[in-house]
Design a protein around this ligand. Structure first.
Ligand code: PMP
Length: 451
C-alpha cells in the first residue's frame, strides 16, 4: 500500500483508504473531492463549483473562507497551542462567559468536541445532579421519535430512528422515546397546534407511567432537524418545559443545529417565550465548523449541586481536546462575526423575503408540506397528496442528484425514517447572498417541476 495518492487519476480510479461517513459503498459517491471554499460555495478538484445548500453538515453558519477566523486560530496557536481544561485558559473563560450572556441567564459551560459528546456530557450531568440532590432513582431520558442526538452510544440511544440503531443495539438502557409534534402525520385531529399539544400530553403520560421519580431529563431539539425539519407550535415547547418543571425533570435543549442564528434567533428555544432550558447543548454553529468544538451549558442552580465543599461532588468527566484554545478563539471570533454582521436579523429578513418563495412549491402535486424557520427548510415530498404516501427513495435521490448536476447541494433526511426518506432539506450558510438564495430557489423549483 502506498500512502501517496496519484492525484492525476480520476477520483473513482484512485486507491482510497478513506471510509466515508453515511456512505453507501458505491463508487459514484466518491467522485467528488472538495478542495476550496468561499462564502456559500465550494470547488472540487476538477474546478466545478457547488453552492453548499446544507452548510456542510448544517454547520457553516458564517460560510467558507473567513480570513479573520483563520487568523484568530493561528494567533491563538502561536500563543498557547494547547492547554487542558482541568485548569484554565483565557479563550475558554471568555467563550463560556459569552455563551452565558447569549443564553440570557447564568449558565456554567463544559466544553467538548462534538454534538454527540455535548449530549453525552448532558446525560452524565443530569444523572449526577439528581443523585446529589436526593433523587438517585431519576436516571431515564426521554426523547422523541425521529430525533437525532448523535452517534456515540448514549447519544445514539437518545436518537430515535430505527435505521440508525438496529445494527448497533442493544443501545444504552434508560432511554425512552415518545411521538414527536409532527402535525402533518399526526394520529390526532384538530389544528396543528392541537395535534402538537397532544404529543406533549403523551410525553406527560409517559412520565406518569414510568414514575416521575425515575425520569432524569427530556432531551429535545427546538425544531427536529435531521429527522425531517419538524417545526412545532411554540406552545408545544412551552408545554414541554412546564411538564418538565412539574415533574422535576431536567429539560436538555439540543441546539446543535438550531444554535447561533440558523432559525432567526440566536438559539432556537428563544422562539418559545418564557422557556429557559436547564441544559443547552451546542456544537456546529458555535465555530461555524472551522474547528471542532461543542458546549454543554448548565444553569447555575444545577451547577451548584456539583460544588464540592468537602464532599466528593465534582463531575468526573474530562475531554482532552474539549475547549481547545484555538477552537475557543475561533468560537469567539465566529460569534463576533454573527453579532457584527447582524446575521440573526438577516436570517429573519431573508427567510421571509426570499426563501419563503419556496413555499410556492406547495402547488406541486408531489410537495405535501413546506416547513421553514429562518434558514432551515424541509420539503415533505409525497407521491400522493391525499394519502400522503412518501415519494420513493429513487425519486428523492433523483431530485438531490439533479440539483447537484446543476451545482446545488441539498440534503434529504438520510435513510432514517420508516415509510420513507422523503423530506428534502435546505439549510444554506447564513451569510448566503441574495443571488445565492435565488439560485437555490430557482434550482430546486426547476428540478421539482421537471420531475
Ligand atoms: N444533535 C443534533 C441535533 C445533530 O444534528 C447532530 C449532528 N448532526 C448531533 C447532535 C451530533 O453532532 P456531532 O455530529 O458533532 O457529534
Amino acid at each position: 500500500m502506498k500512502a501517496e495518492v496519484d492525484m492525476n487519476k480520476g477520483v473513482a480510479e484512485r486507491e482510497s483508504h478513506l471510509w466515508n461517513a453515511m456512505h453507501k459503498h458505491d463508487p459514484d459517491a466518491k467522485k467528488m473531492v472538495a478542495v476550496s471554499g468561499e462564502g456559500s460555495w465550494f470547488k472540487d478538484e476538477e474546478g466545478n463549483a457547488y453552492l453548499d445548500g446544507v452548510s456542510g453538515l448544517w454547520c457553516l453558519n458564517v460560510g467558507y473562507g473567513r480570513q479573520e477566523i483563520v487568523d484568530a486560530a493561528a494567533e491563538q496557536m502561536k500563543k498557547l497551542s494547547y492547554f487542558p481544561l482541568t485548569m484554565n485558559h483565557q479563550p475558554a473563560i471568555q467563550l463560556a462567559n459569552k455563551i452565558s450572556e447569549l443564553l440570557g441567564a447564568a449558565y456554567q459551560t463544559f466544553f467538548s468536541n462534538s454534538g454527540s459528546e455535548a449530549n453525552e456530557t448532558a446525560f452524565k450531568i443530569a444523572r449526577q445532579y439528581h443523585m446529589q440532590t436526593g433523587n438517585p432513582g431519576k436516571y431515564k431520558f426521554i426523547s422523541r421519535y425521529r430525533a437525532y442526538h448523535g452517534s456515540t452510544m448514549g447519544a445514539m440511544s437518545a436518537t430515535a430512528q430505527a435505521n440508525r440503531r438496529v445494527k448497533y443495539d442493544p443501545s444504552a438502557p434508560g432511554f425512552l422515546h415518545v411521538a414527536p409534534p409532527y402535525s402533518y402525520r399526526s394520529l390526532y385531529s384538530g389544528t396543528p397546534e392541537e395535534k402538537d399539544l397532544r404529543a406533549a400530553d403523551e410525553l406527560e403520560e409517559m412520565i406518569q407511567w414510568e414514575g416521575e421519580e425515575t425520569v432524569a431529563a427530556v432531551i429535545m431539539e427546538p425544531f427536529i432537524s435531521g429527522g425531517g425539519v419538524i417545526i412545532p407550535s411554540m406552545k408545544y415547547i412551552q408545554r414541554v418545559a412546564d411538564i418538565c418543571q412539574k415533574y422535576h425533570v431536567l429539560l436538555i435543549m439540543d441546539e446543535v443545529v438550531a444554535g447561533f442564528g440558523r432559525t432567526g434567533k440566536m438559539f432556537g428555544f428563544k422562539h418559545a417565550a418564557g422557556v429557559q432550558p436547564d441544559i443547552v447543548t451546542m456544537a456546529k454553529g458555535l465555530t461555524s465548523g472551522y474547528l471542532p468544538l461543542a458546549a454543554t451549558a448548565v444553569k447555575a442552580e444545577i451547577y451548584e449541586a456539583f460544588k464540592t465543599e468537602g464532599k466528593d461532588n465534582h463531575l468526573r468527566h474530562v475531554s482532552t481536546y474539549g475547549g481547545h484554545p484555538a477552537a475557543c478563539a475561533v468560537g469567539l471570533k465566529n460569534i463576533e462575526i454573527i453579532e457584527n454582521e447582524n446575521i440573526v436579523n438577516r436570517v429573519n429578513e431573508l427567510g421571509e423575503s426570499k426563501l419563503i418563495e419556496l413555499h410556492d412549491l406547495m402547488n406541486h402535486d408531489n410537495v405535501g408540506e413546506v416547513r421553514q424557520v429562518g434558514f432551515l427548510l424541509g420539503l415533505e415530498m409525497v407521491a400522493d397528496k391525499v394519502t400522503k404516501e412518501p415519494l420513493s427513495d429513487a425519486k428523492m435521490g433523483e431530485i438531490v442528484g439533479r440539483c447537484k448536476q446543476k451545482g446545488l447541494i441539498i440534503g434529504k433526511n438520510g435513510d432514517t425514517v420508516p415509510g420513507g426518506n422523503n423530506i428534502l432539506i435546505i439549510a444554506p450558510p447564513l451569510t448566503s447572498t441574495e443571488e445565492d438564495l435565488d439560485f437555490i430557489i430557482e434550482t430546486v423549483s426547476s428540478v421539482i417541476h421537471s420531475m
